[in-house]
Design a binder for this molecule. Structure first.
Ligand code: SF4
Ligand code: SF4
Length: 312
């Protein structure tokens, strides 16, 4: 059994690395949860300080739309770079305020972007793990949940009772899971490859650009030779031109293809032939050069007196 996507509160959001915060119980959708977070709890907004909140491409898209900003403006203003899940894949996390180490969206009254808050802020206190038996995409998936209980969190003292399913529906995490799934899979794939080979500089830049700046990624698709190189049907082209979510999903497909050789995108036949010819031409040129060098060397040697050549 291998852990394909062990995602949940710990991946996106962490205050410390204390595993004792995780309750040692495997929960299902129907398991009970007693918890509530509201402005009346004495710790209200405590968890919006001194925290690492990793943003997914979907989080960035939704937040920057809410704030009416371009992707790069949002990323510059509200985030700082990090590396994702101990990999060499670059991502971003929310930049905390310098004085209070607080999330820039928190006020004493609560979260100012609550309806569009990031994935990380929706998971707590319920984490999720997917175990893919055999580690392949179509393998049997065993999904379960677990509770994370931070010492300072008073939400567990509130009387409200839910099932895990009801809690997740209330927090809107199913949509987030769906939107983040393929991006998380890229990171888990990278993680499972270990550090045998590091990503090249251009691969890192491409991953960062596609993950954080869809405006830039769209320009890359439509203003470079991309569409001349790849077989993309017209329906997809029309969709990704107008629809940010379709573009985001396409970027995951493109990254899986370029970083891990996943199927789904193919290069136009003519382009493959051009490439083959280019390689053949290069081989022919280097063979010709080697022959010329050899002939030049032979001619030079023939000019030398026999006694200086040390030859029989
Ligand atoms: S986005 Fe909202 S909920 Fe999340 S840390 Fe910031 S203020 Fe808190
Ligand atoms: S620490 Fe717990 S109860 Fe307090 S604000 Fe955060 S989630 Fe709510």
């Amino acid at each position: 059994m291998s852990d394909e996507t062990g995602m949940g509160s710990d991946f996106f959001k962490s205050t410390d690395k204390n595993p004792s915060n995780i309750m040692p119980e495997k929960l299902t959708y129907d398991s009970p949860l007693q918890f509530e977070c509201h402005p009346g709890v004495s710790c209200f907004t405590a968890c919006c300080h001194n925290i690492k909140i990793v943003l997914t491409p979907y989080d960035i898209l939704i937040l920057r739309q809410r704030l009416g900003m371009k992707s790069h403006e949002f990323v510059t203003e509200y985030t700082e770079p990090n590396y994702l899940e101990n990999t060499d894949m670059p991502g971003v996390q929310i930049k905390l305020t310098e004085d209070k180490q607080a999330c820039p969206f928190v006020t004493p009254e609560g979260c100012t972007v609550y309806g569009d808050r990031p994935t990380a802020c929706r998971y707590y206190p319920v984490g999720m793990a997917d175990f893919h038996e055999g580690g392949t995409d179509d393998a049997r998936v065993d999904k379960f949940f677990f509770v994370v209980k931070e010492d300072h969190c008073k939400g567990f003292e509130e009387p409200k009772k839910w099932t895990i399913r009801e809690w997740r529906e209330d927090q809107g995490v199913d949509v987030r899971d769906e939107m983040n799934k393929e991006w998380l899979r890229l990171i888990m794939r990278r993680k499972s490859h270990g550090h045998q080979a590091s990503l090249s500089g251009p691969a890192k830049r491409m991953f960062f650009m596609a993950s954080t700046d869809l405006d830039h990624f769209r320009r890359f698709i439509f203003e470079s030779s991309f569409l001349d190189t790849y077989e993309i049907d017209q329906e997809t082209v029309d969709k990704i031109k107008e629809d940010d979510i379709e573009l985001m999903k396409f970027s995951f497909q493109y990254l899986a293809n370029t970083l891990f050789g996943a199927e789904g995108l193919s290069i136009k036949k003519g382009k493959i032939m051009d490439k083959v010819q280019e390689i053949q031409q290069r081989q022919d040129d280097s063979l010709r050069k080697a022959e010329e060098d050899y002939e030049a060397l032979k001619a030079a040697r023939d000019k030398l007196p026999k006694d200086r050549m040390n030859l029989p």
